[in-house]
Design a protein around this ligand. Structure first.
Ligand SMILES: [Zn+2]
Ligand SMILES: [Zn+2]
Length: 272
């Protein structure tokens, strides 16, 4: 089963704006059997004050209906050639689980697939995006926590919290781009070896396995300006292989050309 489990759509304001249909046609051309469209879900109020900036981060509540009708239409047009899963990439906010539960309920019956992602952790004054801009990372997270080690520890703690949540999600659900904390790695000091070790990750990955989570084998890290590697680092891949954790390839495409990118990396890992 060749599956691109993480793609965005023409609804995404920080993507290319290209038609979702063209992205799906690209996936068909590349021989994909299954294709998940997981647009960024609406954020809770108060996370991003400026409505214009907020619009860049994810769908508005009012757009959800149009978004799902758009996907229904694409299923009608392409459904015989590729299985399309309609989904959302939902942000997790520690302590705001009721918002997430409400969102999932509001979309019930529409969600074939969900990616739960951690893009925000507690930082200066509020939740702060860890992958938005380097200066936000520096001023709102690094300065707030004091050291890069503490930022990483906060990220992994928040993830552990996320893994423990008892959210009722569809049967296909994954944790998005684990290791996203490294997106600007090239700009900052490296965290201590201990925080990047096989030993450090053991409890986390055992928990992922025991709670039945699958992981997004997200290749977007390979294309970043300050990071050119998989977000899943070697110690994480060690535990994934050892514990046999389910993995789904994710291009994280925000434009046609990125659909299916680096699929060979996924094949290479899963065949070993
Ligand atoms: Zn995006
Ligand atoms: Zn994401």
């Amino acid at each position: 089963m060749k599956w691109d489990g993480h793609t965005h759509s023409q609804f995404c304001k920080h993507g290319s704006g290209e038609d979702t249909a063209l992205m799906i046609e690209r996936a068909i051309l590349l021989g994909f059997d299954r294709y998940s469209v997981v647009e960024h879900a609406p954020l809770p109020d108060g996370i991003i004050e400026d409505p214009e900036i907020r619009r860049d981060f994810g769908l508005n509540w009012e757009e959800l209906e149009d978004y799902f009708s758009h996907l229904d239409e694409l299923k009608r047009v392409y459904g015989r050639r590729i299985e399309i899963l309609s989904g959302l990439e939902i942000d997790f906010f520690a302590g705001m689980e009721s918002f997430t539960a409400e969102l999932v309920d509001a979309c019930s019956g529409k969600l074939d697939d969900v990616i739960l992602s951690l893009h925000f952790i507690q930082g200066k004054d509020r939740f702060q995006a860890l992958d938005y801009q380097p200066d936000v990372f520096e001023k709102a997270l690094l300065d707030y926590y004091g050291t890069i080690d503490e930022v990483h520890r906060a990220y992994w703690r928040a993830l552990e919290h996320m893994i423990d949540t008892g959210l009722r999600l569809p049967s296909t659900k994954r944790i998005g781009h684990l290791g996203l904390i490294n997106k600007f790695a090239g700009l900052f000091e490296k965290p201590a070896d201990e925080i990047r070790s096989i030993t450090f990750f053991e409890p986390l990955f055992r928990k992922i396995k025991s709670k039945g989570w699958a992981l997004d084998f997200n290749v977007a890290g390979l294309n970043q300006k300050w990071y050119q590697d998989l977000y899943l680092t070697a110690p994480m891949l060690f535990w994934i292989a050892k514990l046999n954790i389910d993995l789904v390839y994710g291009s994280d495409a925000h434009r046609v050309e990125a659909v299916g990118q680096y699929y060979d990396r996924f094949l290479k890992f899963t065949k070993n």
